[in-house]
Design a binder for this molecule. Structure first.
Ligand code: GDP
Ligand code: CA
Length: 325
């Protein structure tokens, strides 16, 4: 069996730990297509927060408390940069993490695409799943905000980390999306998938930028495999992070049903919500309530198992297939 997962950073990483456990039990292969919208260049380094969260978490090198960056991290370089007054000072770059960014930046400068760089980094981390960036091309999420009495577009990292998502925000734009191409392997993985899972990641700034790569949303919708999503919203609130702020900006309700409707029946066949949200209705999509707290690997693997048991035939006539006339 082949499982493809669309994933952001921390929520995506936790989810993938469970997908990997499930896959080991049943002998499945897992490909993760990871958001690159958060990627940024700082201090001359290329930083890929979501790919790194996934890689470190699956490679047992992530800080479990913070949820991002390396366990046992030190901050000497950050302190030195601050002593120079080198901007940005608001972004946490740990010493161990910087080594990753140095290797990545060196390879990118030498001409390797991000997908090849990611593969090389994974030689060390052995994540046990194939990690693919959604695109090798630059695709960056920016927030259009009111700042100092002016309308400005700022990078998502600045919006999120520096301003805590608190600026008056009109919308998000995925800069470069129009000309981005899916990374090598992404379309093939989707075409060969037996199931496509949408992780309980932030729908607006983790999953939407993946689907903004031209051809990618179409490939997910046209896949012969069922597409099953997991709600990141439980009982009307994100489990962690600022998905509530992001959903408000795109005019979506911050509920399990609201996120399901945002994806909609064009994308999803099945939608899993937490038992707290039993009764959530997403027209055209098979909804099931199960515990969605990713407390540990077993609980998360059980979520994946439940997705595989969804009775999609009940909600969707077998033919004609979506994406086809
Ligand atoms: P980021 O890129 O680091 O922000 O991470 P993601 O976008 O992949 O994941 C963030 C989302 O994960 C948030 O909206 C959280 O609500 C969701 N999340 C985190 N932990 C859990 C959990 O245990 N269960 C569910 N259902 N969602 C979770
Ligand atoms: Ca992210």
């Amino acid at each position: 069996m082949r499982i493809v997962v669309l994933a952001g950073g921390i929520g995506g990483a936790r989810f993938l730990v469970g997908v990997r456990a499930y896959a080991r039990e049943v002998g499945a292969e897992v490909t993760a297509v990871v958001n690159v919208g958060d990627d940024a260049s700082m201090h001359g380094l290329r930083i890929c927060p979501d790919l790194d969260s996934v890689m470190y978490t699956l490679g047992n090198g992530a800080d479990p408390e913070r949820g991002w960056g390396r366990v046992g991290e030190t901050w000497t370089v950050k302190g030195e940069l601050a002593a120079y007054g080198a901007e940005p000072t608001w972004f946490g770059l740990g010493d161990k993490d910087i080594a990753t960014h140095l290797v990545r930046s060196t390879m990118l400068t030498a001409g390797y695409p991000l997908s090849a760089v990611t593969e090389a980094l994974c030689d060390r981390w052995q994540p046990g799943v194939r990690l693919l960036p959604a695109s090798d091309d630059r695709l960056e999420t920016h927030a259009v905000v009111q700042l100092d009495g002016e309308q400005k577009a700022i990078h998502f990292q600045e919006w999120w980390v520096r301003h805590r998502g608190e600026l008056p925000t009109e919308r998000f734009v995925f800069v470069g999306a129009e000309s981005a191409k899916p990374a090598p392997g992404v379309l093939d993985a989707l075409a060969a998938a037996d199931v496509v899972l949408v992780a309980p990641s932030n729908p607006v700034v983790s999953i939407a930028p993946i689907l903004a790569v031209p051809g990618l949303r179409e490939a997910v919708a046209a896949a012969s495999a069922p597409v099953i999503g997991f709600s990141p919203i439980i009982g009307g609130a994100p489990v962690r992070g600022m998905a509530d702020k992001c959903l408000a900006i795109v005019g979506a309700e911050c509920t399990a049903a609201g996120v399901g409707r945002l994806y909609g029946p064009d994308l999803l066949d099945g939608w899993l919500v937490d038992t707290t949200d039993e009764g959530a209705d997403v027209p055209g999509v098979e909804v099931r309530a199960i515990p969605l707290w990713m407390t540990d690997e077993r609980a998360t693997a059980a979520m994946v198992g439940a997705a595989m048991e969804l009775d999609l035939a009940a909600s969707r006539p077998p033919a004609p297939k979506r994406g086809q006339p």
